[in-house]
Design a protein around this ligand. Sequence first.
Ligand SMILES: Nc1ncnc2c1ncn2[C@@H]1O[C@H](COP(=O)(O)OP(=O)(O)OP(=O)(O)O)[C@@H](O)[C@H]1O
Length: 215
Amino acid sequence: MIEFRQVYKRYPTGQLALYNVNLTIHAGEMLFITGNSGAGKSTLLKLIALLETPSKGNVLVGNMPLTHLNPRQIPSYRRKIGFIFQDPHLLYDRNVFDNVALPLLISGMPLPDIKRRVNAALDKVGLGRKTKSFPLMLSAGERQRVGIARAVVNRPTIILADEPTGNLDPELAQDIMYTFAQFNDLGATVLIASHDHGLVERMKKRTVVLQRVEL
Ligand SMILES: Nc1ncnc2c1ncn2[C@@H]1O[C@H](COP(=O)(O)OP(=O)(O)OP(=O)(O)O)[C@@H](O)[C@H]1O
């Protein structure tokens, strides 16, 4: 379970991004976060991933306030989380397999295990036949799928996606959403920030609307 308790976020510039957010996300839920540009969608996801910290209030994951994690616990906490960005930020001089293997290589996993995990992740996103392709040989939708495979290769229990379909045409966007729904069916908690209302409505999941703070 992920809980926001009276969470405020003000950036050092003085910009207030979140104002008194109270939200409970159940384990295994798939939730959409919508709202206009600047409403704080990315900020909310970043607080869960510990890429930012709240100015006030608490974010709890599995009943643990994230502010209570000590620095040595943070890497293992982060491994529970897969983060997908609008732009997948792939390494263009590495093939698909190597891009997805990267987080596992960094964690020091033995090579045979890496191969098994990477192939499984690529199969799940429908790219099992493209392991040797380089990113420039792929379509935008396929590149986004590589980013998703890389985010899930560690088998995260929480998947956070920030405008994952922003650069894609409607059909590809719908496909990507179904891919997230499959990971949710397998038990992951999935949070997706999106301003594509039509797409979000079609998925028929709980949706939280953030409003831009005018203070
Ligand atoms: N690192 C930062 N430093 C200062 N202000 C920031 C920073 N990140 C975000 N903001 C500001 O905080 C507010 C919320 O931003 P955020 O990116 O969370 O919104 P968003 O809903 O994801 O927007 P978008 O849909 O345009 O991506 C905005 O006013 C933004 O300019």
